[in-house]
Design a protein around this ligand. Sequence first.
Ligand SMILES: Cc1cc2nc3c(=O)[nH]c(=O)nc-3n(C[C@H](O)[C@H](O)[C@H](O)COP(=O)(O)OP(=O)(O)OC[C@H]3O[C@@H](n4cnc5c(N)ncnc54)[C@H](O)[C@@H]3O)c2cc1C
Length: 439
Amino acid sequence: MGAVTLLPDARRDNGWFEILKEVPPAAPLSGPTEADVVVVGAGFTGLAAARRLGQLRPDARILLLEAGRIGNNAAGRSSGFGIDHAHNIRSEGFADTAEFEKQQIALNRAGLSYLEEAVTAHGIDCDWSWTGKTHAACTDRGARDLKHFASTLDRIDEPYELLDADALVDRLGIDHYHQGLHTPGTALMQPAALCRGLATTLPDNVVVHEETPVTWLDAGPPHELWTDGGSVRTPELLLANNGFLAAFGFYRKHLIPVVTWGSMTRPLTDDESTSIGGHRTWGVIPAAPSGTTVRRLANGRILIRNVYSYSRHSLAGGRRRQRAGRSHRKAFEARFPSLADVPFEYTWGGALSMARNGEPVFGTVADGITAAGVHNGTGLARGAICGKLIAEMMCGEGSDLLDAMLGRGRPNKNVPDPVLGWGVEMYARRLRLQSGREM
Ligand SMILES: Cc1cc2nc3c(=O)[nH]c(=O)nc-3n(C[C@H](O)[C@H](O)[C@H](O)COP(=O)(O)OP(=O)(O)OC[C@H]3O[C@@H](n4cnc5c(N)ncnc54)[C@H](O)[C@@H]3O)c2cc1C
């Protein structure tokens, strides 16, 4: 295999991570060592996999290697929606085959249960709450999409509540939206705090090394992984590094690397908070696929997320960051005109990986090497369950959920760059234009 061709961007601009109380220094891998299993990547997938491997193989030495700081990665840069079912409400296939959708929802719910179990057992302080998510529309097209979404939820017997403009004002305290649909099964949390809490409560036989990017892989088995300061030999390797799988030579022509962006205000004052009324915490998902996600956080801040950009190198800085910041400002002022003077304290981007056909990477990719990733937008819940299930697979434990994941297709091939980049950017621009006021 050889050199790892791309490493994650470790810049320190992620609001969720920066507002954490205290993060002790990293302990990078140093010198040569051996392990029974090595997990690369400590996002939701790698953290769940390491936890489950530690539980199932208490006598094994398990190493979890993370390029940056846990919580400052894509997982900790997410908007913190632990979603049980469809995010993109226009999604063509959603509820077309009810049995398939029910199975996908069961997978996401199992992921959320696994996370909640750890949060409860260890008292992880991450503002975890079953607030649900409110899909909200401020355009006629968005309202039509919500109606369609309601009918698909009827088909799979999923509960929801329709909200008119007045009910939305009561809930959110703002009058930007005129139609809403609330579903109860989504958990909201502080994602960086969740990641850090998960990492510090892993079973004793899991050793975590942060600031340890794997830069070279000699594939075996046994495999030898090299970092700047050390190396590790192992018979079993799990790649839980999402889009960076391609940098290890897997699915190089299949994954679509994109960056999406978040901004967070300073905490609102009590007066500002009271002036908008509504519930103290909520999460809004836009009716348009490329619209704006908004959260009102337990700590008094407001979070805005929008804009997707194609990035072969998963870079989240410079001109693109500034453009995203401007787009967030516009979205914030449209929704909270009375708070137009409230500044953002943080703007950040995070790398994700998509597949054109929506299929995941899950299973064995080479002798002694497994991989799980590419969760297409619901990576919090899906990453957690895929991490748990891939660990169970590695330990020979079967289940219906594991069969469901093994039965999924795999990402299909794309045209090469630069054509892929042009195509994705054009598609993203079209969605942005269609989103109109939902942006
Ligand atoms: C702004 C934003 C908002 C989002 N909002 C949501 C949301 O609300 N809900 C939701 O479900 N999803 C959301 N997502 C998507 C979600 O973050 C991802 O789907 C999720 O993080 C995937 O988890 P993962 O563990 O598979 O991968 P990641 O979280 O990407 O973790 C992979 C890890 O591998 C590490 N790594 C890569 N290469 C190496 C290497 N060579 N050596 C060592 N380590 C390496 C990376 O540093 C990273 O920590 C959002 C993403 C962004 C960017």
